[in-house]
Design a protein around this ligand. Structure first.
Ligand SMILES: [Zn+2]
Ligand SMILES: [Zn+2]
Ligand SMILES: [Zn+2]
Length: 259
């Protein structure tokens, strides 16, 4: 299974419009530190599934017919805004699997165009080509699913944004599921204030310790977290890294090892 982190940013991205903090200045100067809307491409064999559609250039990145499906975590704009352009295209319908959110976002349900919305149910697996996605409830301000993704060679990867901690049932599931890899919401630096909708550094590390995946990538990163990491160079546990836009990872037995 190949995971490509197409975007790793919190809403607003890095650099944040108008911000001159150390992280935003660095991203202005060095494009590799930019963080776009949080999303990932999951590939296994001939199967290609896009998780979340916040990138505004989906129509340029993915030729017609090149995706088996799009899977949405939730309907916040930074996760669906690319659909507003894509929907007016021509050709075959694109399956869009989504959590049960009666509101969706703006007029996406009313005018779906190419998009074929399919409603998921928690803990009910759906098979997409060579991949099986099991929706896991998360804790956020809209109905939100993370996904336990299993390839047909047994490789397991969990993708969990956006969330503030984990519901007990999701944590229990993941503890026994034993992920090879995990991508986890880590939006904020350690915070003394009540958190809103997302993990801070401390809570993300607590969730990782509870779930114990083999490897973890922190994603949905806000500029204040990047600035804090630059300023304090905090230690991370082994096998935990901060994801970068454009980073690709091969997980599992069938992965191509670099020689
Ligand atoms: Zn988000
Ligand atoms: Zn900033
Ligand atoms: Zn959100």
């Amino acid at each position: 299974m190949r995971i490509s982190f197409l975007g790793t940013g919190a809403a607003g991205g890095v650099p944040l419009y108008g911000c001159a903090c150390i992280a935003c200045s660095r991203a202005q100067d060095q494009a590799r530190y930019q963080r776009r809307p949080c999303s990932a491409l999951i590939e296994h064999g001939d199967t290609r599934v896009l998780i979340d559609a916040g990138l505004m250039d989906l129509h340029e990145r993915f030729a017609p017919g090149s995706l088996n499906a799009i899977v949405l975590t939730h309907f916040h704009p930074d996760h669906v805004q690319g659909l507003f352009h894509l929907r007016w295209g021509r050709g075959a319908a694109i399956p869009v699997h989504a959590p049960p959110d009666a509101d969706g976002c703006a007029d996406l349900y009313k005018h779906p165009g190419l998009l074929d919305f399919q409603r998921l149910a928690k803990f009910e697996p759906v098979r997409i080509g060579a991949l099986t996605f099991t929706p896991l409830p998360l804790i956020h301000s809209k109905p939100t699913f993370g996904y336990a993704i299993e390839a047909d060679d047994g490789t397991r990867f969990a993708y969990l944004t956006d969330t503030l901690g984990l519901p007990a049932a999701t944590e229990v599931f993941l503890k026994s599921w034993q992920a090879d890899g995990l991508a986890l919401d880590c939006s904020f630096p350690p915070s003394q204030e009540p958190l809103r909708g997302h993990n801070d550094w401390t809570l993300a590390l607590a969730s990782i310790a509870a779930v114990a995946p083999k490897r973890t990538w922190l994603t949905h990163v806000g500029h204040a977290l990047d600035a804090w990491v630059i300023a304090t160079a905090p230690a991370l546990p082994a096998q935990v890294t901060m994801a970068l836009d454009g980073e690709s990872v091969d997980l599992g037995r069938s992965s191509a090892q670099p020689c």
